[in-house]
Design a protein around this ligand. Sequence first.
Ligand code: GLN
Length: 539
Amino acid sequence: MAGEWPKFVFVTGGVLSSVGKGITTASIGLLLKRRGYRVGAVKIDPYINVDAGTMSPFAHGEVFVTEDGGETDLDIGHYERFLHENLSKKHNITTGQIYLSVIEKERRGDYLGQTVQVIPHITNEIKQRITGLAEETGTDFLIVEIGGTVGDIEGLPFLEAVRQLGLELGPRRSFYVHVALAPELSTTGEQKTKPVQHSVQELRRIGIQPNAIVVRSRRPLEDEPRRKIALYSNLPESRIISSPDVDTIYRVPILLEEQGLVRAIEEHMGLQARRPELGDWEDFVNRLVSAPRPVRIAMVGKYVKLRDSYLSIVEALRHASAWTGLRPELVWVEATDIERGRRDLSFIDDVDGVMILPGFGKRGFEGKIMAIQRAREERKPLLGICLGMQLVVVEYSRNVLGLEGANTTEADPNTPHPVIDLLPWQKSIDRLGGTMRLGASPIKLLPGTIARRLYGRDTVYERHRHRYEVNPKYVDKLEAAGLRISGVSPEGLVEIVELPQSENRFYLATQPHIEYKSRPLAPNPLFTAFLRASAGETP
Ligand code: GLN
């Protein structure tokens, strides 16, 4: 690596997880990009899974799928939405990937004669991944977020690697941001700084002196705790940045900019100060928080206890909200409760629109199908995604085509009418990791359809993550019965289905996850149309 580029910002976290490192990382990325730099962001996950694809959404929230079919951590979604850029799967590094590659090299004989160890072999592999990615993608800045909390055993090799990197690159190419929580005592309202002090001490024990600290707290950080944190962290007060709870995550970059976080990075690296262009972003935030008209949306899923499971869908609704002035009020409905009779379908009468959410494994399928039937019969606007589309097809097959017992073979392998089935190539796979139909591929939107009119294009690229497909044998029957196929893959697989607007203002479902590519400044048109329809318009 020659010269003073690319540069790196390392983001670590303290006190507890979920403290907001991902949003901080994404915000720093946005602020650098809006200064005219080329920016990428990487998430390091210190778990042994090779990717997030095999983990339960209950444990880690949504799996975010990249354009190139990576099954990644949901923070990659935040990065893409803030940076307005597609990132590759290489932007999510896990312990599993690092060890897999070191062990493969060892078996190949690349380290012949050596004892292969965490230091230097694992740490070198980590460093190479990070610097290699920055070179390969041609970025000026790569922001590197280290998942977990400082002090975790799993995170140590990564912290050691980024410590070494800082030494090798020098201050003009590296900057360390530590994000930590200052809790507030409910009795006195006092902001306590000891946890931040301890996590900074832990970081310094490992050999990393942070260059700035982002302090998360309920309310803006007061002067006294700021002074204390600065003193104990060996930093000027100007490097202690307050990041209080805010009305929307999209406001965080504005707050960080006001307090000069990126100005500090410029200063530290000897860069000329630049002013970021944030007008359109501020505009978006203002419209989002002041969207006037409420619309009630039922979110029918089965991972509803952990809202992060459907993170990108919720964000896509927010993007659509800012552009339509409609404020979605989400009514979470556990599909299992419907099928077990613990929740009746009257919730459909109380909402303006219904979303049928993605999912795996048959629990909750019948509950979703019941909700779909009621929404269709009552002409409620409906948007189904992935499993949502598959179950729209099942419901239509059963109740309109009259195919009794029609089902997806995911729920019933012996159904007399497998309207949703595994593709032949999926039947022979023997490993479940990374073998679904994944990533972006072209979708041809058929003339005269609502989908084509709303997208305003005849081909779109949306991302997939599924194994089952509409069974080609039933397509003609479905169309003859009135369900319109509006998007198809190059192989002719069904990608989007819809009902005509004479039946329902908006009744559309997509096999791809259209939520992944929705961005604050470029919402997905099907989400905006769904909200409009839910508010009584005909989009
Ligand atoms: N379980 C379905 C499949 O594998 C749908 C997946 C999803 O909703 N992401 O095809």
